[in-house]
Write a protein of this length. Structure first.
Length: 156
């Protein structure tokens, strides 16, 4: 059976994050949510930390891909298997970083609904995008990727 959301692969993954967040914003406008003043202050601090951490992780992963002169587009064949830097801890640091940025943005703006819809986007990554990427990596780097996959978890 074909995956019904596979057409989304034509949308760059960062834009899937943006579109998911915008869906959360629409839901936020429809179903107003609010947090207490004490929680709002904590939300601002957590938001800044998450946003900054996410930028560092995603940016570091992106920089390593550029240095390796390999693709970040799901489904395209990679020129090199990147296993250093944040790739020592997770096979998907750019996605992890984008998730932290997303959560940081939601915390900074004190929005709950974008967080509510985030698991659906993560499910899309986990069951559609990442399996495609992993299949390509297995195709290009069969034994090297198998060893890497055995050593490093998909997320954390």
């Amino acid at each position: 059976m074909k995956n019904p959301v596979r057409w989304l692969l034509h949308v760059p993954v960062p834009w899937v994050f943006v579109l998911t967040y915008l869906l959360g914003v629409v839901l936020e406008r429809i179903f107003h949510s609010s947090i207490s003043p004490g929680a709002a202050r904590l939300s601002t601090i957590a938001g800044c930390l998450l946003f900054a951490l996410g930028l560092v992780i995603a940016g570091w992963g992106q920089l390593l891909f550029r240095k390796a002169n390999t693709t970040t587009v799901p489904g395209r064949l990679s020129a090199k298997l990147v296993t250093s830097g944040p790739y020592r801890f997770t096979r998907n640091p750019m996605y992890v970083g984008l998730i932290f940025v997303y959560l940081g943005e939601a915390a900074l703006l004190k929005q709950i609904w974008p967080v509510v819809v985030l698991p659906f986007m993560i499910a899309y990554l986990n069951w559609t995008v990442i399996p495609l990427e992993e299949a390509r990596l297995e195709e290009v780097f069969p034994s090297e990727y198998e060893q890497y996959r055995a050593r490093v978890r998909r997320w954390f």
